[in-house]
Ligand binder design. Structure first.
Ligand SMILES: NC(=O)c1ccc[n+]([C@@H]2O[C@H](COP(=O)([O-])OP(=O)(O)OC[C@H]3O[C@@H](n4cnc5c(N)ncnc54)[C@H](OP(=O)(O)O)[C@@H]3O)[C@@H](O)[C@H]2O)c1
Length: 267
């Protein structure tokens, strides 16, 4: 989802070579090494991951092989060729007990296998490289992937009533906005860990309500429920808004509010 939106954005200022799972598996160290050595890129953006959060619970090995070992393989190849690595990580590295947006230096403590595998990926990169940028983001939606916005719209076409979780709070983020932010961060050679999301926050229920309102689907009833009622395999943080002030200071710009980005996506 993010990768496909990144391609046209990064192509405007860079010579871009895109690779997908069909080309090679980032869990295959030799293949990653060979590919990076052959292409000899200045920057490698790793948007690949095993992102099925519930699936990760039953496929722990796969989750770690892609999200942790895969990230390690890319980092090792970048170290070998002196390439800069840009890597995507997640709010799910936190346990969600905070009452205020998480800062980059807050202590991670993931609740799920997905979060733990992504955190291990971050740690490998930090051990191996100095020239890296880890971008933590959350609640992505975009034109090229299965996402919450499309799911709500599709369900609204089939059901009169939607039940949506109201005890998890985060920041919905449009992949196009994130892609533009990544492009800017590459240009200014940002390093370290950085939070990047659209601004503001909401619960999934509030997000769904805004989607329906924006589409004029006022006849669809929406009912707030608890995470316990939904009973999904992976535990998710109750609160995981990310503090983006470091990004704002570095770039001199603020990501637009999530409602504004959603409006554009829906139009
Ligand atoms: N989606 C979110 O809400 C969210 C939130 C926070 C952070 N992130 C992070 O942001 C990044 C992009 O997420 P996204 O939503 O764009 O994910 P996505 O749509 O699931 O895209 C991930 C891509 O990685 C590919 N892939 C999976 N295993 C691979 C492997 N072993 N080798 C090479 N490619 C592999 C997938 O291929 P297949 O589709 O063929 O499996 C897919 O094309 C990820 O690092 C994710 O952890 C996402």
């Amino acid at each position: 989802m993010l990768g496909k939106d990144l391609v046209p954005i990064l192509t405007t200022e860079n010579q871009l070579l895109e690779r997908d799972l069909d080309d090679f598996d980032i869990g295959d160290q030799k293949r990653v090494q060979k590919e990076v050595e052959t292409l000899h890129p200045e920057v490698v953006v790793n948007a690949a991951a095993y992102t099925d959060v519930d699936g990760c619970e039953s496929r722990r090995e796969l989750a770690f092989s892609v999200n942790a070992e895969g990230a390690r393989n890319v980092a090792l190849a970048c170290a070998e060729t002196r390439a800069r690595m840009i890597h995507l990580s997640t709010d799910y590295v936190f346990n969600g007990h905070s009452q205020s947006p998480y800062r980059e230096e807050d202590l991670p403590n993931p609740l799920s296998v997905y979060g733990a595998s992504k955190l291990q990926g971050e740690r490998y990169i930090q051990e191996i490289l100095r020239n890296y940028l880890i971008i933590r983001t959350e609640w992505l939606y975009g034109r090229h992937g299965k996402n919450f916005v499309d799911t709500i719209l599709s369900k609204a076409g089939q059901q009169k009533e939607l039940r949506v979780v109201d005890d998890q709070r985060g920041a919905p983020t449009f992949t196009k906005d994130l892609g533009l932010a990544i492009s800017r961060l590459i240009r200014i050679q940002a390093r370290g860990i950085l939070n990047v999301t659209n601004s503001g926050s909401c619960t999934w229920f509030e997000f769904a309500r805004e989607i329906l309102k924006e589409k004029g689907l006022n006849h669809v009833q929406i009912v707030p429920i608890s995470s316990a009622e939904l009973a999904r395999p992976a535990r998710r943080p109750a609160y995981s808004a990310l503090d983006c002030r470091k990004f704002e200071k570095l770039t001199g710009s603020k990501m637009r509010p999530w409602k504004e980005a959603l409006k554009e996506y829906l139009s």
